[in-house]
Design a protein around this ligand. Structure first.
Ligand SMILES: NC(=O)c1ccc[n+]([C@@H]2O[C@H](COP(=O)([O-])OP(=O)(O)OC[C@H]3O[C@@H](n4cnc5c(N)ncnc54)[C@H](O)[C@@H]3O)[C@@H](O)[C@H]2O)c1
Length: 273
């Protein structure tokens, strides 16, 4: 086991986790904290306030002051630049970015797409969810020649369209593509860009779509379809994302890996007939 800790230790590193009050980004933040990193949660704080999320992680881990938060709209260049400076002040210079902001709005057939809603979902997943924070961090890292690691979040819809959520599908397919293109461009600066494609986890934004009655454990027809198609026969659990997050964040463990996206899906993508 000698050397294993050095491979996966993030002690002395600082990570930004956007959408950090959300279910999936919160789980990823927990993995980073367990590996010894300092973490700053970024979020808009509308329905999920960042201070509450920070308190929650303080209770669940022994991180203490290593976990901090900044309330910021990650789609706003100026606000994100300020949040970067504030993060450095609070928990040290960040060299890890987890792009956790994203999600879907509405569900409707292709022929009934609402243009405004479509654009809102693209902005949420591509600008707030990837481009703006990545651009600001990568520019800082290039200037200081520090290198860095970015982890994007794709989805099962990046590979096969999910019905009724075309904007989300289009955006998440683009996440795969942008992960590759930015990895190529940023590699000479020592910046790695990878992604994770979670299968189905119960988040705030998809709960009503998948769970009919939480107390009775009853699923909606779509929730049942998902479980039937997932060889492991269950939704993802928060802890399923911790190891892969630490692996991709750690230069010692994955320093020669860039431009890849790893599914964490209980085998959903192996589905065949
Ligand atoms: N839950 C799943 O099954 C699942 C599966 C695959 C991919 N994903 C992806 O994982 C990511 C997180 O999903 P989740 O289910 O944990 O979602 P969530 O809704 O629980 O968390 C997302 C968080 O982002 C915040 N946010 C939204 N817009 C913002 C903005 N402009 N600025 C700052 N914060 C903002 C929200 O307030 C929320 O706290 C998303 O990209 C989602 O598409 C989720």
């Amino acid at each position: 086991m000698q050397g294993l800790e050095q491979l996966f230790s993030l002690e002395g590193k600082t990570a930004i986790v956007t959408g950090g009050a959300g279910v999936i980004p919160g789980a990823m933040a927990q993995g980073l904290l367990k590996a010894g990193a300092s973490v700053c949660l970024w979020g808009r704080g509308r329905s999920h306030p960042i201070p509450e999320a920070v308190e929650g992680l303080r209770r669940q881990t022994d991180a203490g002051e290593r976990i901090q938060g900044v309330t910021v709209d990650t789609g706003d260049d100026g606000a994100v630049s300020e949040a970067f400076a504030e993060t450095e002040r609070l928990v040290g210079y960040p060299t890890i970015l987890v792009n956790g902001v994203g999600g879907n709005i509405g569900k409707r057939p292709f022929t009934e797409i609402d243009n405004d809603e479509f654009e809102q979902v693209l902005r949420l997943n591509l600008l707030a969810g990837l481009v703006v924070p990545s651009k600001i961090c990568a520019n800082a890292w290039k200037e200081r020649q520090s290198g860095g690691s970015i982890i994007n979040i794709a989805s099962m819809s990046s590979y096969t369209p999910l019905s009724g959520v075309d904007a989300y599908t289009a955006a998440k397919t683009a996440v795969l593509n942008l992960t590759v293109s930015s990895a190529r461009e940023l590699a000479p600066h020592g910046i790695r860009v990878n992604g994770i494609s979670p299968g189905f986890f119960i988040g705030y934004q998809n709960k009503a779509l998948l769970i009919a009655d939480e107390d009775k454990g009853e699923l909606t027809p779509r929730g049942r379809q998902v479980i039937d198609r997932t060889p492991f026969g269950r939704f993802g659990r928060a802890a399923d994302l911790e190891g892969v997050t630490v692996f991709l964040a750690s230069d010692a463990a994955s320093g020669f890996i860039t431009g890849v996206t790893i599914p964490v899906d209980g085998g959903f993508l192996t589905h065949n007939i």
